[in-house]
Write a new protein. Structure first.
Lengths: 154, 106
C-alpha cells in the first residue's frame, strides 16, 4: 500500500512550524526596541521627522558602577564638509527626572563629529543619541545600561 | 571664579583636526536633591558652553541637570588659522566664565 504515511507527521510539522515562528519572533524584534518614553521624546525633538538607526555610535559602558559620573562618547559618521555635516548631537534618557541630557550644536569647522562628556544616571535605563544632519535627516543609536549605584536624586 | 582645565594643542598643522578637552569646577546641583534639612536644594547648573575660534562660534552645547558635577567636555576643531579659542560657560545664578587658549597653525 502506498497510503502508509505515519500518523506522527502532524505533530512534527507543528513542532517545525512553531520553531520557525519563534525564530522569526526573535529576528523581528530589533536589538534595542525604543521605549515609548524615548520615542515620544525623539518625536518632539525632530518635530515628527522620521529617525533611522545608524551612522551614530554611542559609547557607554553597558554596566555602570557609579551613576554619578558616567563617561559617554557620541561619534557620528560624517565627512563634516560645508555641504554635508552634522548640525546637532543630542542625548536623551528614559528614567532620570528630566529627559534631556545634552544638546550640542556643531558646525563644519568642528572637523570630526565626536563629543565626549560625563553624565548622571538615576537608574538602569535606556539612552538614545540622535544626530541631526545638514540634509535634515535624523540618525540614532539606542543603548541599554545597567546602573548599580544610582546618582543621588532624592 | 571656578577652576578650569583646558587641553588644547599650542601648535598644529593647517587643516589638522585637533581635540579640545575642557573641564570646569562646578557642583551642577540638579535641583532634585534634598539638603540636610530635607528641603530640595535649588537648581544651580551650567546651562550653556560655547567655543569660539577667532571669535566665530564653532561648537556649543546645552547642559541639563543630567550632566555630572565638574562638567567635562571633549570635542574636535579643524585648525585652519592661528589665533585663539575662547571658551564660555554660562549658567544659573548669573554664572559666567570665559577662558581662552592660543594656537599657532603652521
Amino acid at each position: 500500500m502506498n497510503h502508509t504515511r505515519p500518523m506522527p507527521d502532524r505533530p512534527r510539522r507543528l513542532l517545525l512550524a512553531s520553531a520557525v515562528a519563534i525564530g522569526c519572533g526573535v529576528a523581528w524584534r530589533p536589538a534595542h526596541a525604543l521605549s515609548d518614553v524615548l520615542s515620544a521624546v525623539l518625536r518632539k525633538y525632530t518635530g515628527g521627522a522620521p529617525t533611522r538607526e545608524g551612522k551614530v555610535k554611542f559609547d557607554i559602558a553597558p554596566l555602570v558602577e557609579n551613576g554619578n559620573t558616567v563617561p559617554i562618547t557620541v561619534t557620528v559618521d560624517s565627512p563634516m564638509t560645508a555641504s554635508e555635516h552634522v548640525q546637532a548631537i543630542a542625548v536623551f534618557n528614559e528614567k532620570n527626572p528630566q529627559r534631556d541630557v545634552i544638546v550640542c550644536t556643531l558646525t563644519p569647522r568642528v572637523g570630526r563629529a565626536s563629543v565626549s562628556t560625563r553624565i548622571r544616571l538615576a537608574t538602569s535605563q535606556q539612552l538614545v543619541a540622535v544626530a541631526k544632519l545638514s540634509d535634515g535627516s535624523y540618525w540614532t543609536h539606542t543603548v541599554d545600561v545597567v546602573v548599580t549605584l544610582a546618582a543621588c536624586i532624592e | 571664579m571656578a577652576r578650569t582645565l583646558i587641553h588644547a594643542p599650542a601648535t598644529a598643522r593647517k587643516g589638522e583636526v585637533v581635540e579640545i578637552r575642557t573641564l570646569i569646577g562646578h557642583t551642577m546641583e540638579s535641583g532634585y536633591r534634598a539638603g540636610s534639612d530635607g528641603r530640595t536644594l535649588p537648581r544651580d547648573i551650567i546651562r550653556r558652553f560655547t567655543c569660539r575660534y577667532n571669535s566665530e562660534v564653532v561648537f556649543s552645547a546645552d547642559f541639563y541637570p543630567a550632566i555630572a558635577a565638574n562638567p567635562y567636555l571633549a570635542f574636535f576643531v579643524t585648525a585652519d588659522s592661528s589665533g585663539s579659542f575662547t571658551f564660555t560657560w554660562e549658567g544659573d545664578n548669573g554664572f559666567a566664565q570665559t577662558e581662552s587658549a592660543t594656537i599657532t597653525v603652521t
